[in-house]
Design a binder for this molecule. Structure first.
Ligand code: GDP
Length: 533
């Protein structure tokens, strides 16, 4: 029996989707690039819009600001715009590194990523971590080397650094001519054209002057100092580096590299072009029992992020849902797989730059926002009936821990409820120790604790006390058999805990002890990540 053919309009619409995120170390230029991409896409009219959001984001110490920021990031979490006949979904990742857990999950919902590198600084810590996450799914990466209008590292050195630190092959697509005050433009290796650099912030669609051929004497007349070295470099890399290979790119093994200056809107259009031409449309996804094709008629997808809404009084949340197949229509009924019950998708939201609009239509690759009153968790799958469960939304082992207890013991139940819900939302990870049953909060960043404390106080009316816990990291455990499990748990009782779903977790005081323990128990598996659901 052959499967029914895919509906042609779905095939057509899915092929037009490009869903991606920008990854970078703070200050490399992600906000600037986002803004310029939106300008090209006609989604915003004015430079400065995204910036304003970011400045709100930076003021993280005061609660009102955190609150404002959460509201702001609801509207800016997903930006949809059209470019060159395609529908582009840009998923924002929180800039502050304290929210990196959230960032990781967003990366499970994209089909490609744009990596921004500050050319003066090279590969930085946050970029390394984010790329590791992309690698879990072999996400194709397009690289934008930014800030060529500054004094930066030599180009060849930068490429070598990316290759050796990030373990990904580089295929330069453009090559910079000069840098800093002498930045002249970029030579496009595939088109054999030079695009002349022009400083200036606002010209969104403005034509860049093009000069054909690298040997063109016009270039020598204009840039007598820079052309000699540029030609030598280009000759060298054409002989020595990897030519662009779409298959290697789609497999996540090779990244096409572009040079430019985000702030000057230079090199940005090439990134959009690469997304449209090379980045993959939505792909099939692993849903446990089978792979789901994006153009299949039945609607499916999963929740990858939950965010509290602007208005804390209503405690309503938005679940961000990635469509994996079929077509969303308002009011449709779906099956909530974990709860085993029907749900109506009333008025899902989409997010266009600054405002929320009601979503009328969404296909694979699109993100819809579903009002959530606690029924949806990160990792939840919705389908039109078939029992499926989309894979690969990770929890990361926390690196900071606090114990929590209610100041008023009568509020302990309320504290537990609040922590459970905030844990489900992904704001924090919650563990219960085996000995003593203490509640332990685990976070990737300090700010998560502040947010949770404030939300417990305002939304759940619990005043809690938080104490530092002497824990370095946690590992999820899997055992070869029941006897080993019992023996291990007995042996390590004081260091054992359970996560919210009842999975066994080992709490390590330091890396050295953890390594010793792993040597002692070679058959026990220690996992630094765990999948939701
Ligand atoms: P983010 O933290 O990655 O979002 O970085 P931003 O986009 O906010 O940029 C960080 C800083 O670098 C800001 O002061 C920007 O104005 C500046 N910046 C961004 N792109 C460029 C560029 O192409 N050239 C120069 N010179 N500065 C840039």
């Amino acid at each position: 029996m052959s499967a029914p053919p895919f509906p042609p309009e779905l095939v057509r619409d899915v092929a037009k989707r490009r869903t991606f995120a920008i990854i970078s170390h703070p200050d490399a230029g992600k906000t600037t690039l986002t803004e310029k991409l939106l300008l090209f896409g006609g989604a915003i009219q004015m430079a400065g819009t995204v910036k304003a959001r970011k400045s709100a984001r930076h003021a993280t110490s005061d609660w009102m600001e955190v609150e404002k920021q959460r509201g702001i990031s609801v509207t800016s979490s997903v930006m949809q715009f059209d470019y060159a006949g395609h529908t582009i979904n840009l998923l924002d990742t929180p800039g502050h590194e304290d929210f990196s857990e959230d960032t990781y999950r967003v990366l499970t919902a994209v089909d490609a990523a744009v990596m921004v590198i500050d050319a003066a600084k090279g590969v930085e810590a946050q970029t390394i971590k984010l790329l590791e996450v992309c690698r879990l799914r072999n996400t194709p990466i397009i690289t934008f080397v930014n800030k060529l209008d500054r004094e930066v590292k030599p180009t060849v050195e930068l490429l070598e650094e990316i290759e050796s630190v990030l373990k990904i092959d580089c295929a330069p697509v453009t090559w910079p001519i000069g840098m800093g005050k002498n930045f002249r433009g970029v030579y496009h290796l595939l088109h054999d054209q030079t695009m002349l650099f022009q400083a200036g912030e606002e010209h969104a669609g403005g034509a860049t002057e093009l000069i054909e051929g690298l040997g063109n004497p016009k270039l020598d007349a204009m840039f007598p100092m820079e052309m000699g070295p540029t030609r030598e470099e280009v000759e060298l890399i054409q002989a020595a580096s990897h030519p662009f290979d779409i298959t290697a790119f789609l497999a996540g093994r090779q990244t096409p590299v572009f040079f430019g200056s985000g702030i000057n809107n230079f090199g940005v259009r090439e990134i959009l072009q690469a997304l449209v031409e090379w980045a993959p449309p939505p792909q099939q996804r692993d849903a446990g029992s089978r792979m789901v094709e994006p153009a299949e008629k039945p609607f499916t997808g999963f929740v990858f992020k939950i965010q509290a809404n602007m208005d804390p009084k209503h405690r309503d949340r938005i679940a961000f849902f990635r469509v994996c197949s079929g077509r969303y229509s308002p009011g449709m009924k779906v099956q909530h797989q974990r709860m085993g019950r029907e749900m109506k998708l009333g008025n899902a939201l989409t997010f266009m730059a600054n405002e929320r609009v009601h979503m009328e239509d969404a296909v694979a690759g699109d993100i819809i926002g579903i009002h959530n009153h606690g029924q949806l968790q990160i990792g939840d799958t919705l389908t039109e009936g078939e029992a499926l469960h989309f894979k690969g939304i990770p929890y990361f082992a926390p690196e900071m821990f606090r114990t929590a207890r209610a100041r008023d013991p009568l509020k302990s139940k309320q504290l537990q409820k609040g922590l459970k819900e905030l844990g489900e939302e992904g704001a924090i990870q919650v563990f219960e120790t085996t000995a003593g049953g203490a509640l332990l909060l685990g976070a990737v960043g300090q700010l998560q604790f502040e947010v949770v404390a404030q939300r417990l106080a305002t939304e759940y009316k619990v005043d809690a006390l938080y104490d530092a816990a002497d824990i370095h990291t946690a590992r999820w455990l899997s055992f070869p058999d029941e006897a080993t499990r019992r023996q291990f748990e007995k042996d390590q009782m004081l260091r054992m805990a359970q996560d919210v779903d009842g999975n066994p977790v080992y709490l390590a005081t330091n890396r050295y002890n953890l390594e010793l323990l792993m040597e002692k128990w070679p058959k026990v598996k220690f996992h630094a990540t765990r999948e939701h659901g």
